[in-house]
Design a protein around this ligand. Structure first.
Ligand code: B16
Ligand code: MG
Length: 215
């Protein structure tokens, strides 16, 4: 029995990966580090500093902790500028209908995101009021694949993990949800999320019955 659905944000409710990519690309180009969309795929669901570490694996020199901090701050400033263009039309297809359907059946709703910009994104997209609980990168000390963000969301909802379903698009997030002892629904393809079942390419293909197994 599922009493709560906990949604990842980037890649599930809204697509901001293209904006993350543009911001990281500015940083990587300025530093002369190879960076493309394939490498960007490895950053899904991963925290900002861990994303930077993945990018710096291709650097030709070592960076000090201060330099890393400065690069991460510059990336975030560029990214936040890009977020100014987000609006309700950027909410992914099927999301609003599904949230309405779940709320109508008294299913509790939460967002659990690694992003420290999650609240800005939800506000700009008109989604904030839809969720009883929002846990983001500012609330946690360990990012996905650690289960902390999902366990915190379940605790704030007051619902045990085994009655929660997590909707995730990133391998790190799927692993985190499994470690939290929660049910998982993947958003993606069997190729980028091998072994994840059930799965759909988009929430536009999902209704309340397919998600939580009841009408
Ligand atoms: P920020 P999610 C994640 O959000 C993104 O998928 C990931 O690409 C990003 O690096 C991370 O948030 C941190 O974002 O720099 O805004 O704090 O998928 O967990 O909602
Ligand atoms: Mg995601």
């Amino acid at each position: 029995m599922i009493d709560a659905v906990i949604f990842d944000l980037d890649g599930v409710l809204v697509r901001t990966d293209g904006l993350h990519y543009r911001a990281w690309k500015v940083i990587a180009d300025a530093e002369g580090i190879e960076f493309d969309e394939r490498i960007n795929d490895q950053l899904r669901g991963v925290s900002r500093m861990e994303s930077l570490e993945i990018i710096l694996r291709r650097a030709t020199r070592a960076y000090t902790p201060e330099e890393k901090q400065a690069l991460a701050e510059r990336k975030n400033a560029i990214y936040r500028d890009l977020l100014q263009s987000l609006c309700p039309a950027d909410v992914l297809p099927g999301v609003n209908e599904l949230l309405s359907g779940l709320s109508a059946r008294d299913v509790a709703l939460a967002v659990a995101s690694s992003s420290k910009n999650a609240r800005t994104i939800l506000d700009r997209c008109g989604l904030t009021q839809r969720f009883g609980v929002i846990v983001d990168g500012n609330d946690i000390s360990r990012s996905k694949p650690d289960p902390q963000v999902f366990l915190m969301a379940a605790e704030k909802l007051g619902i045990p993990p085994e009655r929660c379903l997590v909707v995730e698009d990133a391998e790190a997030g799927i692993l985190a949800a499994r470690r939290a002892g929660m049910h998982v629904f993947g958003i993606g393809t069997p190729r980028n999320l091998p072994g994840v079942e059930p799965i759909a390419e988009s929430l536009s293909q999902v209704n309340v019955a397919t998600l939580i197994g009841r009408n």
